[in-house]
Design a binder for this molecule. Sequence first.
Ligand SMILES: *Cc1c(COP(=O)(O)O)cnc(C)c1O
Length: 475
Amino acid sequence: MKTIFEKNNSTGGISLTDGEIKTDFIDEVFLRKKSCGLPDISELEVMRHYKELSDRNFCIEKGFYPLGSCTMKYNPKVGEFLASLEGFANLHPLQPDDDAQGALELMYRLTEALKKITGMDAVSLQPAAGAHGELTGMMIIKKYFETKGETRTKVIVPDSAHGTNPASAALCGFEIISVKSNSKGQVDIDDLKKLIAPDVAAIMMTNPNTLGIFEEKVLEISDLMHKNGSLLYYDGANFNAIMGYTNPKLMGFDVVHLNLHKTFATPHGGGGPGAGPVGVVEELKEFLPVPVIDFDGQKYFKKFDLKHSIGQVRDFSGSFGVLVKAYAYILMMGRNLKEASENAVLNANYLKEKLKKDFKLPYDVLCKHEFVLSAEDLKHNTGVSALNIAKALMDENTHPPTVYFPLIVHEAMMIEPTESETKERLDEFVDVMIKICNEAKSDSGNLAGAPHKTPVKRVDETLAARHPDLCFKNN
Ligand SMILES: *Cc1c(COP(=O)(O)O)cnc(C)c1O
């Protein structure tokens, strides 16, 4: 077999004869003996391939994305520009503090901003996501009681909670007790009172909760828990509903996580990281993961000597690029963060009122940034389920809402429009939902096969989870 590169001693350079590249520069031993199998195609064809793949994807720049609980707001592109500035992007994570003052200052200022927004007394930027923040928070709570010499083995979690709440507490070795929701979709205080006992370490709550309903009794709950010597953990995934109006400190919480990729407009994953900073009250400050970012009046520095620190929960300083984007968003918004929450709540209530005539609304109350519909009646009458509706929406260039969560609503469809959308987009979504509802009543068979227009049609969901096939086959 002929080699692709052939040594050419006569010319002392590269020459091309009969399609063979000959070179003088590279020693024989380094030359490839057979083809490496690269596709022999032009840059243009490569670009078309990747553009084609990206067209098959869905993103908020392409259409409405009301994925409840995930706060799929628009992520301003200036954040990408700032995070890719040379001084940030090329900084080595082991650079001494003296050489990284700008990055440390940014982290310090972000910490200060998040302290103001949450009302907490200290914040760690380390955790990589909301669930990681929960784990960090539960580790802090565990160590706090260990340090006090108290044996507390149980954590109370509402039955409406996100699955990561009980999972995080269980990972820390806590036993989970579930507290019921009442007919208003809020924590049932009477049930809670029965569960409170000396061995309860904490309650984990989301407020507004996963139904998009504000827990009106939150102060009473925090009183009950604190009187019992227990702590309160705030799952900040729904923070987009309350910015500037209230905060977890005012509601009586002791530990909180924020999802920067939800509320603070940084991209959700897509292969990249998120960030789930954790804030705590004064009493828990010394338990935070190290390093925390501090300022001595002259220099910014990473502080490692916290008396009771749970240790490091992430390499280096967390997802730094995400922190840059979130800080940029906070600076851009300033006091308008409050307006963002206001519009998020307004948009959700607008959709709720428009859709409740055609879909069952299990909790017909003023909602916060999201609300939950049920396809239970529709399924009973037509056989069309929440899953069918979700798939049909994909044919309408719309991302489905979150379905089958929270678990306390049958055939749940959790809708969160965010503040990014115009009234025209919201109206389009209402029209599409009503169209699908009417189709369910007249031609439910068509919906059972949806989506019809997407590159990938109906998948076997269990098969996909158990045997993920990550090799894309062109069809
Ligand atoms: C998204 C979410 C979480 C988990 O956050 P991640 O950043 O996805 O790990 C926890 N609780 C609620 C209510 C959420 O919506």
